[in-house]
Design a protein around this ligand. Sequence first.
Ligand code: ATP
Ligand code: MG
Length: 387
Amino acid sequence: MPAKILVRYAEIALKGKNRGLFEQQLQNNIKEALAGFQADVKKIQGRFLVSGPEEERDKILGRLSKVFGVASVSAVEETGLDMEDIKELALKMAGRVSGDQEEFRVETRRPNKHFPYPSPEVCRLVGAYLQEHIPHLKVNLEQPDFTIFIEISHQKVFLYLDRLEGPGGLPVGITGKALLLLSGGIDSPVSGWLGMKRGLTIEALHFHSYPFTSRRSQEKAVDICRKLASAGGRITLHMINMASIQKALRAQCPEDLAIILLRRMMLRLAEKLSAERGLQALLTGESLGQVASQTLESIMVTQQATGMLILRPLLGMDKKEIVNKAAEIETYDISIRPYEDCCTLFLPRNPVTRPKLEAVENQEKKLDLAGLLAETLETLETTQVEG
Ligand code: ATP
Ligand code: MG
C-alpha cells in the first residue's frame, strides 16, 4: 500500500484568478520538491493528495513541510464515504497508538456537506465505537494523549493522527524574480528565505575577494544556497570577484568612505547582472541601525547607485528574531563559520555614518568606473545549487 499524504494550503487569501495560479504553481513546486521520489501529486478539493512509497513516507513528509505555500501536511489513511468504514479504520488506527495512551478525542471536518452525519455526530459515533472496542480508552477533549482527525471530502474520507506545519506563504515563482545579495553572514540568508516565502524566485549573488579572502567564504555561499534550495527546488548562484575594485578603492579613495563606495559598486554589478538575467528586484539582509553602513543616510546613499527596487525584508526584525529564524531554516550554523568577508577586508577604523552623496560621487569621479565594472564582471562564475 502506498503512503498517502494530505497537503493543505492557506486558501483564505486566494481569490478569483489568483487561486488557480497559486494552485498550479504549488503543484509544480511540490512535484519538483519530490522529483527524487516515486511520488504522485493529485489535486483534490482545496488540497493536494500525494502518494508515494511507504518506506519513504517520513522523508516525503519532511520535504513537503518545507515547500512555500504549504500550510501543513499529514500522513493519512483513506476510506469510502461510509460510517461503518470510518469506524473500522478509526479503530485500527487507535489500536496502533492506544497502548499506554488512554485519553483521546475525535475531531471531524466535513467539507462534503452531503455526507449524512454532521461533524459532531461523526465524533460521537466514532468515539463511542472506540470505547466499546478498547475499554481502557477515555475521552479527554482538553488534553488528549492522541487525537483521531477525520476529514470527510467529496470522494473519500481521510483519517490521521498528526499534522506537521509547513512554512505557509506563497509558492516560489508566483510573484517574480529577485537577486539576493548573499554575503555569508547571518542576515542575508534569512532575507532570501523571506523573499521566497513571498513567492519570489531567487538567484543569489556572492561577492568575494579571492585570493585576499579564502575559498571558504565561497563554500559558505554554496552551502547556504543548498539550504535555501531545499525549500525551493534549485538556486542559481553567481560569484563575482571584487579584488580589483577593492585595490582601486584603497589606492585612490579615503578609508572612511571605502565601505559605502564598495557597496555602491556591488549594487551597480547586481544591476547589470539582473538586467542580463531578467531579475526584477534586489534583496538584501539590511536592517536599520545595526552598523555604520546601515544608518538611514548610508542606506540612502548606497541605494542611489541604482534605480532598481531594493527589498529589505529584515527591516522590522531585531537581531534576536533574525538569529532565531536563521536557526530554524538551518543557515545559522553555516553563517557563523569563521571566514573573512570581502567587506571586512580593508575595513576602515572609522567608517562615515552620515555620508553625503556629493562627497561619495566626487570620489567616484576619480575612478574609472566603467572600466572597473567591466573588468570585474568578467570574473562572474555561475553555478546551479540543488537542494
Ligand atoms: P549579513 O549578515 O547578511 O552579512 P550584515 O548585518 O553583515 O548582513 P552588512 O555587512 O551591512 O550587514 O551587509 C548588508 C547587506 O549587503 C547584506 O545583508 C547583503 O545583502 C549585502 N552584502 C554585504 N556583503 C556582501 C557580499 N560579500 N556579497 C553579497 N552581498 C553582500
Ligand atoms: Mg555581513
